[in-house]
Ligand binder design. Structure first.
Ligand code: ZN
Length: 471
């Protein structure tokens, strides 16, 4: 394993053992509990208490709710609580959700009974699977108010009662499909529409076709035409103003959607349309958002279609992913912090910043010993990379593209790491090829490091720390 992969595995391990997780909704601290500890808490409730195991469900950026509902159905859940209201997933649901609506799947409903220990444990594992390692326990019946209050105090985060299950290093790996950002699939970039491509002629108005025809053209008779016209009733603009003269926030609204529902009205110039559309409060999705959804659906089908590609290329460009902001991981991962820093921020630090930062970390609690050991391993390897002049690199860049020279130096660092662990080393030199061939130094790594004539020894000194001195 090369030194960089080594360190990034240790970073994942550090976050799995010693990071403080925050609630995805409020940022409150969320406790981490093993499956057995969760079981123990549940069994501390009086026998006969009725409980529900719930798992939070997070929307996927720019994705239609139906995709998410199907995912929850596939994981074997029949009921979903949306903004406090219970929905039956066995029925066809038309959920028109505003961004950020809290949702949780009801994974199981159980009666607390020590004889049911096995079933409860299985249900806990299932809940953690549905909730991407997060879950909560809701007491729904046969329990005194006092008991409910005691349970809430002892279990889960303050506002949402959430706990994290066991966290393993792959929780922080973007090449693990379960951890990769669901919008970009762990690439960090995504295709997004670009306003300049969507609106090539900003002198024109919406009525006059300012959008390229492929993206949108206003027609008062169809659903989108009704919807856009209705938007002008709730927001201060009209369809005849040239695009360039619209306020910035109105342009954002037209492109990316409204935060409030709008009342559907019939445009005065409509000659057709469905009366059932009218007087409903509906969500305006935004023209750019609609195209981006279409693109995702197309990509999920995984069949190449050259006409579609050409069409999308006309209005879309590569863009930093909106969901993960280039971190490649699901947003819940960024709520885990070590010394106030998330794993992406740590990966952005240049090696010469990261090294002193490691020395400032003071871990507390049960993961502290293991975490400190991991920090020492990372520090040792960073010293090595700094010793060969790679101070300006950082992990996020290093895991992408490296120049030939950089790659070679990392290879050297890896070889040196191996040498450091050997009992006996023979250094042939003094140079390479025909300049070598003589035994320059032989003995344990410390002896090689101590030999002034050995080039290899010079690189071994920082690795061996205090135990090596150059003679
Ligand atoms: Zn992403």
């Amino acid at each position: 394993m090369d030194t960089l992969t080594d360190i990034s595995s240790y970073l994942n391990l550090l976050f799995a053992t010693a990071a403080d997780p925050g609630c995805p909704y409020s940022g409150d601290p969320v406790p981490v509990r093993t499956g057995s500890q969760i079981l123990e808490s549940i069994l501390s409730l009086p026998a006969g208490a009725e409980i529900e195991l719930r798992a939070p469900v997070f929307e996927i950026y720019g994705e239609e709710t139906e995709v998410l509902l199907n995912e929850v159905r596939r994981k074997g859940c029949r009921r979903l609580i949306v903004d406090g209201a219970l929905c039956d997933l066995a029925e066809e649901l038309e959920l028109d959700l505003l961004p950020g609506t809290p949702m949780s799947a009801v994974v199981d409903r159980l009666v607390v009974d020590p004889a049911m220990e096995k079933q409860i444990r299985t249900a806990i594992d299932h809940a953690l699977l549905v909730g991407d390692s997060l879950m909560s326990v809701e007491i729904v019946g046969k329990c005194s108010k006092k008991e409910i209050a005691r349970f809430r105090r002892s279990f889960g985060s303050k506002s949402k009662g959430l706990v994290y299950g066991d966290i393993t290093p792959d929780f922080f790996m973007f090449n693990n499909p379960e951890s990769a950002c669901r919008t970009c699939g762990g690439i960090g970039t995504d295709k997004a529409t670009h306003p300049d491509l969507l609106i090539p002629d900003p002198q024109r108005s919406l009525h006059d076709g300012c959008f390229v025809r492929e993206a949108f053209s206003y027609c008062p008779d169809n659903w989108m035409g009704h919807l856009l016209y209705s938007l002008t009733g709730d927001y201060p603009f009209d369809l005849d103003t040239p695009w360039r003269e619209l306020d910035d926030d109105i342009r954002q609204l037209i492109l990316y959607g409204a935060e409030q529902r709008i009342r559907m009205r019939r445009p005065p110039d409509a000659r057709a349309g469905n009366p059932r559309w009218l007087d409903r409060d509906v969500v305006w999705p935004g023209i750019a958002t609609r195209i981006e959804r279409l693109y995702r659906r197309y990509r999920q089908k995984d069949v190449a279609h050259s006409g579609m590609e050409a069409w999308l290329d006309r209005v879309m460009v590569d863009h930093e992913c909106h969901e993960c902001r280039g971190t490649r991981l699901r947003p819940t991962r960024m709520k885990f912090r070590v010394a106030g820093v998330d794993i992406h921020q740590m990966g952005e630090m240049h090696f010469d910043e990261l090294r002193p930062f490691l020395d400032t970390i003071r871990l507390e609690g049960k993961g502290a010993d293991a975490g400190n050991q991991v920090i020492r391993e990372i520090a040792k390897r960073l010293d090595l990379l700094l010793g060969i002049g790679l101070d300006y690199l950082n992990f996020n860049r290093a895991s992408g593209t490296l120049s030939g020279g950089e790659a070679q130096r990392i290879k050297l660092a890896t070889e040196l790491s191996k040498l450091q662990r050997r009992n006996h080393v023979i250094d042939l030199g003094p140079g390479g090829g025909r300049h070598g061939g003589e035994v320059v130094a032989a003995g344990p790594p410390e002896a090689i490091a101590a030999c002034r004539a050995s080039h290899t020894g010079r690189f071994l000194v920082p690795l061996l720390g205090g135990s090596a001195r150059r003679a």
